[in-house]
Write a protein that binds this ligand. Structure first.
Ligand SMILES: Cc1cc2nc3c(=O)[nH]c(=O)nc-3n(C[C@H](O)[C@H](O)[C@H](O)COP(=O)(O)O)c2cc1C
Length: 217
């Protein structure tokens, strides 16, 4: 018997056309956001920020960023139920990590008197910081764990999604600079329910054979 996790993953297809009449419930959206919040990350750094685009005004602003590049992804901005910007911190600092350490104290994972010890693992961030203070390679890798977790969570809830790297990142970062607050968005996620005419919904799943990607020793 196939495990239900595998059924979830086989069920999901990247949606290419959304049914604009169907909206993800607030309850399901909250479940998704909680799954995203619970994403693990290196040293529990959580170097991310998410912008949920829902209002018509915000959708219009997002749609306008698609005027030149990746126009094929533009219809999702209005037709999907929600459009989420996934952003990472390009300059992760000790001050950023202090928020994590203090939350660990608040959550009872670290004793207040051990606060300084909480910073021991920060060397991982330093190791991944270049001479200009850029941490993008490392923080962006953490962000994609959240993206993967979001995709699986949505599949479990039988909600469709489109991970989207086809955005005009420069324009998106300019347009939503205030909401992104210094974080950088290179990838987005549309969520909703596919249209009956979505050409991708009935496509067979296609992945490389396990033998070609796996070595067991
Ligand atoms: C990080 C990432 C970025 C992607 N960007 C786009 C995109 O811009 N537009 C699009 O239609 N699909 C995009 N895809 C969807 C992939 O093409 C799709 O996941 C892949 O072909 C496998 O198909 P499946 O998701 O239906 O299993 C992206 C997927 C990932 C994981």
């Amino acid at each position: 018997m196939t495990h239900e996790i595998i059924e979830d993953l086989n069920w999901r297809r990247t949606t290419k056309k959304y049914d604009p009449t169907r909206k993800v419930s607030e309850e399901d959206l909250n479940t998704l956001l909680e799954a995203i919040r619970l994403t693990p990350s290196s040293i529990n750094s959580q170097p991310w920020r998410f912008v949920v685009i829902d209002s018509q005004a915000a959708r219009q602003r997002m749609a306008d960023t698609f005027s030149e590049k990746f126009v094929f992804n533009k219809p999702h901005v209005f037709d999907a139920s929600h459009f989420v910007l996934f952003a990472y911190n390009p300059r992760y600092t000790r001050e950023d990590y202090a928020q994590v350490v203090d939350k660990q104290i608040e959550d009872g994972r670290l004793k207040p008197e051990d606060r300084e010890r909480g910073f021991r693992s920060f060397f991982f961030a330093e190791m991944n910081t270049d001479e200009n203070g850029d941490t993008s390679c490392w923080t962006k890798a953490q962000l994609y764990i959240a993206l993967g977790s979001a995709l699986h969570t949505l599949a479990r809830m039988r909600i469709d999604a489109t991970p989207i790297e086809g955005i005009d990142a420069q324009r998106v970062n300019e347009e939503f600079a205030k909401q992104l607050d210094g974080y950088r968005c290179d990838v987005a996620l549309a969520i909703g329910y596919h249209h009956p005419d979505d050409p991708n919904a009935a496509q067979p799943k296609s992945r490389r054979r396990l033998g070609s990607i796996l070595v067991r020793i």
